[in-house]
Design a protein around this ligand. Structure first.
Ligand code: KG4
Ligand code: ZN
Length: 341
């Protein structure tokens, strides 16, 4: 850590995120204060395909990365000389997409002689919360995204202990498949969430993995919705989409909440954070807040802009990774899958 006399020098971390379909660069001061962020989203590009097409995503990252970097520095009114270190999402994600960000980060690190900090994408989602409020421990991070559904216990900064996770599909993936069978446009998760408010819980759906573990399961619930829609179509019945969205959301959210409650009680958790793209879900946000109140624990839920993929969270995590002594050299490679540790 940079120390000058007794005063600690401010650390400006430049974060780069390109693991899926967002090209993003951000500069964050001391892991808590966003200086500038630029996000170039490819949602419109992939909409026509009903999901992210990896090869197209990589090509767009290549096209955008330099512009996004330059615009971020411009907005921050900084140059690379003002940056103390570069934090990069090395994984998990789409390998071609990850490599574009990684090569940019390595080039900057080499040319400007700045330390390179490897950041796991999920650590980024968790540390989105440090941009909101100081993180306190023992903490339980509830990670809900397109690729992950996990509970991670943290006894201190950058100490990750996965205590449970999905046995099959991630919750975001389940939301997107349910949306697709209901003919809602990609990305479907937010549309199901939105629609659920207008409906009533009238469809009966199976409660997933109603057991004593800390694990989740979403494939059975997903299949149940798909079968229900197909059966109704075969009978010539119209689906009440808002009602189905409402019933689905109720089961999906309560299956998360039940396990979070168990973990908070059994692990003497004092502080809850919600993380990942599905943290934008209004039903889940409300249910988590209610649970925190019921159990009398502190909670942070990131604002919408920090829920979906962005480099602000990577730069924030990068700061704490830096303090933890984590560094990479130019042999760092991208990983499509990797355990958070
Ligand atoms: O974290 P993220 O941007 O990408 C991954 O790292 O996976 O999460 C994207 C996922 C998608 O599955 C998207 O449908 C879901 O988050 N999502 C939502 C909502 N907003 C985004 N799911 C349910 N309700 C929402 N409001
Ligand atoms: Zn993500």
């Amino acid at each position: 850590m940079c120390v000058m006399g007794d005063t600690m020098k401010d650390l400006y971390i430049l974060g780069i995120e390109s693991s899926c379909d967002e090209t993003s660069v951000s500069i964050v001061k001391n892991g808590t204060e966003e200086i500038a962020t630029v996000i170039s989203s490819q949602i419109d590009v992939h909409k026509d395909y009903g999901g992210v097409v990896p090869e197209i995503a990589s090509r767009h990252h290549v096209k955008n990365i330099t512009m996004v970097l330059e615009e971020c520095l411009e907005r921050a009114k900084m140059t690379m000389d003002d940056v103390d270190a570069i934090a990069i999402t090395y994984g998990p994600g789409l390998i071609g997409s990850l490599l574009v960000g990684l090569e940019a980060a390595k080039t900057l690190s080499f040319v400007y002689q700045k330390p390179l900090i490897p950041v796991h994408h999920i650590a980024g989602h968790i540390y989105a919360n440090s941009l909101v409020k100081e993180m306190k421990f023992p903490l339980l991070a509830v990670v809900v995204s397109g690729g992950h559904t996990e509970m991670i216990e943290m006894k201190d900064h950058y100490q990750f202990q996965k205590i449970g996770g999905t046995l099959d599909d991630a919750i975001g993936e389940c939301y997107d498949k349910v949306a697709r069978v209901m003919d809602l446009e990609y990305p479907g998760g937010p549309k199901v969430d939105h629609l659920s408010v207008e409906g009533e819980d009238t469809y009966s759906l199976p409660v997933p993995l109603n057991d004593d573990s800390y694990n989740f399961s979403f494939s059975g619930l997903k299949s149940a919705v798909i079968n229900l829609v197909h059966n109704e179509e075969q009978r010539g019945n119209e689906i009440r989409k808002a009602d189905l969205a409402c019933s689905f959301q109720k089961v999906a959210v309560s299956s998360i909440i039940r396990k979070v409650k168990k973990a908070v009680q059994e692990k003497q958790i004092k502080y809850l954070v919600l993380a990942g793209g599905v943290a934008a879900n209004k039903g889940l946000r409300k249910a988590m807040e209610d649970l925190a109140e019921e159990l009398n624990v502190d909670i942070t839920i990131p604002p919408m802009k920090y829920c979906t993929d962005n480099a602000t969270m990577i730069a924030a995590a990068g700061y704490f990774a830096y303090l933890d002594g984590r560094r990479a050299d130019l042999t760092l490679n991208s990983k499509s899958q990797d355990t958070l540790q």
